[in-house]
Write a protein that binds this ligand. Structure first.
Ligand code: ADP
Ligand code: ASP
Ligand code: MG
Length: 411
C-alpha cells in the first residue's frame, strides 16, 4: 500500500460537477488500496475574484489582510470534496493550512514553507480517512494566515509529499502532462514522457506556469517523484525525474518557455566609470525590485547605455528609481518599453552540442524577428523580442528544433 499525494488544480475543481468527478476518481484510487492526501486549489477564477474585491477597497491592499481573503477560496473546495467523499462512503476530513500546521515564514503573499506537522495527517490516514488539505496557504509563527504566491497549491502538494515521504506527488490539471511548449499557443506541441528537475525548473522560471517554480525546487531538493497528469483523462502524464538519460536520441532542446510579464528599461549616456553597474542597479535592488536580464553596451564617447528587464508590475517603480539615478549620475535619459516578451529554449542536451544559440538566432532571423537582448546559461538561451512576434517566434523555434508533433494521419 502506497502513500500518494494528489493535487487538483482550479479548473479540476471549478464546479460542483467537477468536484463530484474528482471525488469519483479519489474513491477509485482509495479502493485500490492507497493512502491518499488530496491537496486542492480554489475553484478556477476564485482567487482572481477575491483579489479583485480587495482591490476595490484599496489599490495596494495590506498584505496580511490580502492573505486572509485569498486563502478562503481553498477552504471552500476542501469542504466540498470532503462532503462529496463522505457521501460516497469514503471517510474523509478536510484541513486548512493552519489546522495541519503548515508553518511558513511571515512574507505575506509569497511565504515559504518552513515545516509541516505530519501528526494529524498520519493519525487520520491510519484511521482510514482520506485527508483533504487546502493548497496555497499556511500559518506563520504568530498565527497569521499566509499564502505561497500564485499557483502555490503545487508547492503545498510537493511539500506535503516530502514531509510524509509519499511514494509520488501527482499534479492533476487541465493538460495531460508537460509539453514541449504551452499547447494553448502551439497546437503542434508534444507531451514529454519525462523531463529532468533541472529542465523543469528552468521552464517554470522562464514562464511555463504548468508548475509553480517553488514546487519544482522542493521536489528536486527532497527528491519527491513528481508527475503531471490530466484530471479526467487516463494516461501516463509526464514524470519529472533526476536522471539525465545518456541516449543518442536525447533531444538538444526539451522545451520552449516564454514570458510576457517583463518590461525593459534603458538608461542612456551614462558616464563610463568603474562602479556604474552598481550605481544603477544598487538603488533598484534596494527598492526590492528583481532584475532579470542585463546588457551593458560598449562605451563610446566615454558614455555607455545600460539596459535591464524587470517584472511588469514593478516597471513604474523601477522607472522612477532609475530616473532619480539618472539625475544623480548625470546620465542623458531613461527610456522604457513594456511591449516585450522573453522566449527561451531549454534543454540539458545543450551541454553536449555546440551551435545551439546560433541555430536559434537563425530561426528568428528567417522570420525577420529582431533580437533585443540575449542571455545564456548551460542549459538555456533566452532572448527578448518585440511582444507582437512572440507566438511566431515560439512556433518557429519549435519547428527549428524538431519538436513538432508528427502530423496526424488523415482519417
Ligand atoms: P491548474 O489550475 O491545474 O494549476 P495551471 O493553469 O496552473 O493549472 O497550469 C496548467 C496550464 O499550464 C495549461 O492549461 C497550459 O496552458 C499551461 N502551460 C504552460 N506551459 C506549459 C507546458 N510546457 N506544458 C503544459 N502546459 C503548459
Ligand atoms: N488558488 C491559488 C491561485 O490561483 C493557488 C493555486 O491555484 O495553486 O494562485
Ligand atoms: Mg497551477
Amino acid at each position: 500500500m502506497a502513500l500518494i499525494v494528489q493535487k487538483f488544480g482550479g479548473t479540476s475543481v471549478g464546479s460542483i460537477e467537477r468536484i463530484e468527478q474528482v471525488a469519483d476518481k479519489v474513491k477509485k484510487h482509495r479502493e485500490a488500496g492507497d493512502d491518499l492526501v488530496v491537496v486542492l486549489s480554489a475553484m478556477s477564477g476564485e482567487t482572481n475574484r477575491l483579489i479583485d474585491l480587495a482591490k476595490q477597497i484599496s489599490e495596494h491592499p495590506v498584505p496580511r489582510e490580502l492573505d486572509v481573503i485569498v486563502s478562503t477560496g481553498e477552504q471552500v473546495t476542501i469542504a466540498l470534496l470532503a462532503m462529496a467523499l463522505t457521501k460516497r462512503g469514503v471517510p474523509a476530513v478536510s484541513y486548512t493550512g493552519n489546522q495541519v500546521r503548515i508553518l511558513t515564514d511571515s512574507a505575506h503573499n509569497k511565504a515559504r514553507i518552513l515545516q509541516i506537522d505530519d501528526q494529524k495527517i498520519r493519525a487520520d490516514l491510519k484511521a482510514g480517512r482520506v485527508v483533504v488539505v487546502a493548497g496555497f496557504q499556511g500559518v506563520d509563527e504568530h498565527g497569521n494566515i499566509t499564502t505561497l504566491g500564485r499557483g502555490g497549491s503545487d508547492t503545498t502538494g510537493v511539500a506535503l509529499a516530502a514531509a510524509l515521504k509519499a511514494q509520488e506527488c501527482q499534479i492533476y490539471t487541465d493538460v495531460d502532462g508537460v509539453y514541449t511548449t504551452d499547447p494553448r499557443v502551439v497546437p503542434l506541441a508534444r507531451r514529454l514522457e519525462k523531463i529532468t528537475f533541472e529542465e523543469m525548473l528552468e521552464m517554470a522560471s522562464l514562464g511555463s506556469k504548468v508548475l509553480q517554480i517553488r514546487s519544482v525546487e522542493f521536489a528536486g531538493k527532497y527528491n519527491v517523484p513528481l508527475r503531471v497528469l490530466h484530471s479526467f483523462k487516463e494516461g501516463p502524464g509526464t514524470l519529472i525525474t533526476i536522471d539525465e538519460e545518456e541516449s543518442m536520441e536525447q533531444p538538444i532542446i526539451s522545451g520552449i518557455a516564454f514570458n510576457r510579464d517583463e518590461a525593459k528599461l534603458t538608461i542612456r549616456g551614462v558616464p563610463d566609470n568603474p562602479g556604474v553597474a552598481f550605481k544603477i542597479l544598487g538603488p533598484i535592488s534596494a527598492s526590492n525590485i528583481e532584475v532579470d536580464m542585463i546588457v551593458q553596451n560598449v562605451a563610446h564617447d566615454n558614455t555607455t547605455d545600460f539596459t535591464f528587464t524587470v517584472q511588469h508590475n514593478e516597471y513604474e517603480k523601477a522607472q522612477s528609481v532609475l530616473q532619480n539615478t539618472a539625475r544623480e549620475i548625470g546620465a542623458r535619459e531613461v527610456i522604457g518599453d513594456t511591449k516585450i516578451a522573453k522566449v527561451s529554449i531549454v534543454g540539458v542536451g545543450m551541454r553536449s552540442h555546440a551551435g545551439v544559440a546560433s541555430r536559434m538566432f537563425e530561426a528568428l532571423a528567417k522570420e525577420s524577428i529582431n533580437i533585443q537582448m540575449i542571455s545564456t546559461s548551460e542549459i538555456k538561451v533566452s532572448v527578448v523580442i518585440e511582444e507582437k512576434y512572440l507566438e511566431l517566434a515560439v512556433r518557429a523555434l519549435h519547428t527549428a528544433f524538431e519538436l513538432d508533433a508528427p502530423a496526424r494521419q488523415s482519417e
